[in-house]
Design a protein around this ligand. Structure first.
Ligand SMILES: Nc1ncnc2c1ncn2[C@@H]1O[C@H](COP(=O)(O)OP(=O)(O)OP(=O)(O)O)[C@@H](O)[C@H]1O
Length: 617
């Protein structure tokens, strides 16, 4: 009976919608945590904000009541013959004016505190995000669901600030209603009942349509993400070049239009129904209001209540109706925002898998024996395939080892394991005979310098781009320039208008874009910033011309004399400069030895070397 018959489909769908609505309500539990974050951001401003709102909440009742007293006094004065004493009336008017002014000042105070507190909160959350992201594993960043979470959490930092004012306004309105209800009950408790009759239909209508809008927008999450993506690639500096040369703008905009039109039409039908039903239901509310109004009018005419009380009751009733309706609309907005908060909290609660041991060891200084791979295998968490397997070899201290192999052979994976960016799935890596996992993680990271093939082109100054290699030395100009000279980046930087203070890249004003090879020289200088004992260069010279690459590697070998290095390169003329060469094929070690030894073996390495040598002739 697992098949769903036609009639049941609707029921299942409705159940799904209910579930997501429940989820939405359940997410309200995130609010206390959210407010704790706000409280931690600034206790003073939070208290100030709440106090101001409490005072503001009491003002409508006070103003309505003073209004009633004014009208009653005016009517009394009309009836009094002869000389009239207006002093009480003036006091009341002054009081009303005072309340109006106070209300205005408090509103401004609330807006001010909302905005200041919001800014502080968003800055604080952004910093928490950056710090937390840095504590997580590389593998976590490669997971699509994690990435979605991160992306959404990132958006939360700014947009969720609105949630704070929404929730506080909600509380404020509830308190105002409480005050008004006390006044209404004091005069006529039945009016409260009529009020409920007036707003409940609207509330049910609102809830129903919120549910539908929400489940539509949720079921369309992937499409909406695609729309975001299309909007981004359709208008971004990164894609502009290819969009133009491949003439893609028509293709992208029609794809966007097709998808967005479909969403628009679905949404339009809900919005239309919502508008029609909303009008009908709020007319019911208006009918109930006027029913109550007629009732109050009759009581006034009969002399049971004064004209002042009439205005007070009608005013209270009307503002309560408005407030209640506002609360209901806002309620679903808050519930939806709270749902998105979940992403932020989920992200902040993620824990890294690679953690330092309880009693970590310091990395030996100097490393005496080197690194030993013992039957190391690794699978990426989202893949069934072994990226590397059965790797057993010894990287001697002070040795220069070149990794060679075809695309996808596992070279980058191997060096990531060496730097403990990933943990081996099987086997272990030893450093001077001790498992890498027993060493202090930050000390290890400090002692290993890697320049990746996909290094980051930071849109910052040339100087900062180099200092990134050892950020604690960001002010050490001499060290930065020395490193640039070693990597040949100095020649590039000297030609820039602002030299070392030149902002690189085209994202910011006055930024200067470098060529691929020039960027590589700058990135390579990062390696020289470090006093790392193990240096890893993962194809950092692929964009350099042959002469520059040769020179860079010659210098590299000389300059890091005595330190251990692993080089990955597809150019055999460079590779042969290494002490030994490790040839990888489909994640497995095929050959290991010096250039001469491997040539003499006449195996895979020799074959590829000769192939390339021929090409160069
Ligand atoms: N983040 C990842 N998630 C899943 N699989 C990956 C990931 N990175 C690499 N792989 C897979 O692992 C294998 C080894 O990749 P690796 O990047 O180590 O190769 P490489 O030898 O450095 O290649 P290249 O010469 O192209 O840089 C490849 O089959 C690749 O598809």
């Amino acid at each position: 009976m697992s098949k769903i018959r036609k009639g049941e489909k609707g029921a299942v769908k409705a159940a799904d919608e209910k579930k997501s609505f429940k989820e939405q309500m359940g997410a309200l539990k995130n609010l206390p945590k959210f407010f704790r974050l706000i409280w931690d951001t600034s206790k003073g401003m939070t208290i100030g904000n709440v106090l101001l709102r409490l005072v503001k909440a009491s003002l409508p009742l006070a103003m309505l009541y003073v209004g009633k007293l004014i009208i009653d006094e005016v009517i009394r004065l009309i009836d009094v013959p002869g000389e009239q004493d207006l002093s009480y009336l003036w006091i009341l008017v002054a009081l009303e004016l005072g309340l109006a002014l106070l209300s205005d000042i408090i509103s401004r105070g609330i807006t001010l505190l909302d905005s200041l507190l919001g800014d502080l909160f968003s800055n604080r959350t952004s910093i928490a995000l950056i710090e937390h992201a840095a504590s997580l594993d590389l593998a976590q960043f490669e997971d699509a669901t994690f990435y979605d979470k991160l992306e959404r959490a990132r958006r939360q930092t700014v947009t969720r600030v609105v949630l704070m004012s929404q929730v506080l306004s909600q509380l404020q309105d509830i308190v105002t209603i409480g005050f008004l209800a006390v006044g209404l009950i004091a005069f006529n408790p039945w009016l409260i009942l009529i009020l409920l009759v007036a707003v409940i239909p609207s509330f049910l209508g609102e809830t129903h349509f919120n549910e539908r809008t929400y489940s539509l927008s949720r079921s369309w999450t992937p499409e909406r993400r695609e729309l975001d993506y299309l909007r981004y690639i359709g208008a971004s500096d990164e894609t502009a070049k290819e969009i133009k040369t491949f003439n893609l703008s028509g293709f992208l905009s029609s794809r966007f239009k097709e998808l967005s039109d479909r969403y628009y039409n679905l949404n339009k039908s809900i919005t239309l129904k919502r508008a029609v039903w909303g009008s009908i239901l709020s007319s019911l509310g208006a009918l109930a209001y006027y029913g109550a109004y007629v009732f109050i009018l009759f009581q006034t005419v009969a002399g049971a209540i004064t004209v002042g009380t009439l205005t007070f009751l009608a005013g209270s009733f009307n503002s309560m109706r408005g407030l209640l309706q506002g609360i209901m609309t806002r309620f679903s907005q808050i519930a939806e925002s709270a749902l998105y908060l979940q992403d932020l909290f989920d992200f902040l609660e993620l824990k890294p898998q690679i953690t330092p041991p309880v009693d970590p060891k310091k990395i030996p200084r100097p490393i005496k024996f080197g690194f030993t791979f013992e039957n190391v295998g690794f699978k990426y968490h989202n893949s069934e395939k072994w990226a590397v397997r059965h790797l057993s070899f010894h990287l001697r201290a002070g040795e220069k080892l070149a990794l060679v192999g075809e695309n996808g052979a596992g070279k980058t994976t191997l060096v990531k394991l060496l730097a403990r960016l990933y943990e081996p799935t099987e086997g272990k890596i030893l450093l001077d005979g001790v498992d890498l996992r027993e060493y202090d993680l930050s000390d290890l990271r400090h002692q290993v310098g890697i320049i990746f093939q996909d290094y980051v082109r930071f849109q910052m100054t040339a100087s900062d781009n180099i200092a990134i290699g050892q950020i604690s030395n960001i002010s050490d100009k001499e060290r930065i320039q020395g490193s640039a000279q070693k990597s040949l980046a100095d020649l590039v930087i000297q030609r820039l208008p602002d030299k070392y203070d030149q902002v690189l890249g085209k994202r910011f004003n006055k930024g200067v874009e470098l060529s691929g090879g020039e960027w590589q020289k700058v990135a390579l200088a990062r390696a020289y910033m470090r006093d790392a004992q193990l240096l890893i260069l993962d194809e950092p010279t692929s964009a350099l011309d042959a002469r520059a690459e040769h020179e860079v590697f010659l210098r590299f070998s000389e300059l890091i004399e005595g330190r251990t290095a692993v080089l990955i390169s597809h150019r055999f003329s460079t590779v042969r400069m290494a002490d030994r060469i490790l040839f990888l094929e489909q994640g497995q070690l095929k050959e290991l030895g010096s250039h001469e030894e491997l040539l003499a073996q006449n195996g895979k390495y020799a074959e590829l070397f000769l192939l390339q040598a021929k090409g160069y002739l």
